[in-house]
Design a protein. Structure first.
Length: 267
């Protein structure tokens, strides 16, 4: 049996991972979430598939994460094969501003950067450190960070997207952190990967690009990368491709940042 732990598993890509993986009864799937209050679809899925276990924690609290890891450890007898870091957010409301718009808004700038770094970088370091001993004892020994093209320099340069400053900084920063964990843990046989899921049709994506004018702007930007882009892909398609990349992760490509195609084809 292969054990998987996925953070941010109540909806979107995280729930997609849980759904896809739990189809195989040989997988033990731990859905790590913040609250059961918003986990209706996950609860329904877990009721039907006994290889899903819901673990409630706060990824910003190392002590609670240690408790979550201990909960997983009881089931797996001290091991975890694959840790997928999917939880994250794009906050706060100033994400629509380009860098120069923060002149005279220093407090807003600090909040824009700090809130995103806390949610998308520091919390993920906490998660890795709490679950690291379990991963060391696993068979697969893989840690995967679900990143974004927003954290890639060349993607931003070519598309000309100047907004979501804090989100982009935090994703780029966590890409580096993931690489550094890979460098540190290579001696233990642990592989790490930053993975872009593509442009995916999730509730979170719709909240950002759902308005017609924003959708038009984003499409025009994305088509500077790939002229064939028309719409986001489904969660199932994204997760299926991502799992293929995760399954092919070896020491040779540990620490890289790739797309759901296993290369730099963002769409």
């Amino acid at each position: 049996m292969v054990s998987w732990a996925i953070t941010g598993a109540t909806r979107g890509i995280g729930l997609g991972f849980v759904d896809n993986l739990s189809v195989d009864p040989k997988n033990q799937v731990f859905a790590i979430i913040r609250s059961r209050g918003t986990a209706g679809p996950l609860e329904e899925l877990a009721a039907k598939r006994k290889n899903i276990q819901i673990v409630v924690t706060d990824i910003s609290d190392p002590r609670k994460l240690d408790q979550a890891a201990a909960e997983v450890s009881k089931v797996t007898v001290g091991s975890l094969d694959v840790l997928i870091l999917n939880a994250g957010s794009a906050e706060p409301e100033t994400s629509t501003l380009p860098p120069s718009a923060f002149r005279g808004k220093e407090e807003a700038l600090e909040k824009e950067i700090n809130e995103n770094v806390k949610a998308n970088l520091i919390s993920n370091i906490y998660v890795i450190n709490s679950f690291l001993d379990l991963v060391r004892n696993g068979k697969e020994k893989k840690i995967v960070f679900i990143s974004s093209p927003s954290g890639d320099v060349e993607f931003n340069r070519v598309t000309g997207i100047s907004t979501v400053l804090g989100y982009s900084v935090s994703k780029a920063g966590m890409n580096i952190v993931t690489t550094k964990f890979g460098a540190e843990l290579a001696q233990d046989g642990i592989k790490t990967l930053s993975l872009s899921p593509g442009w995916v049709n999730t509730d979170a994506a719709q909240a950002v690009t759902g308005a017609p004018d924003i959708r038009k702007f984003m499409l025009n930007a994305f088509r500077k990368i790939d002229q064939s882009v028309n719409e986001p892909i489904s969660v199932d398609e994204s997760v299926t491709h991502q799992l293929q990349v995760i399954q092919s992760l070896t020491e040779a490509n540990s620490g890289k940042f790739v797309t759901h195609h296993g290369n730099v084809d963002w769409f």
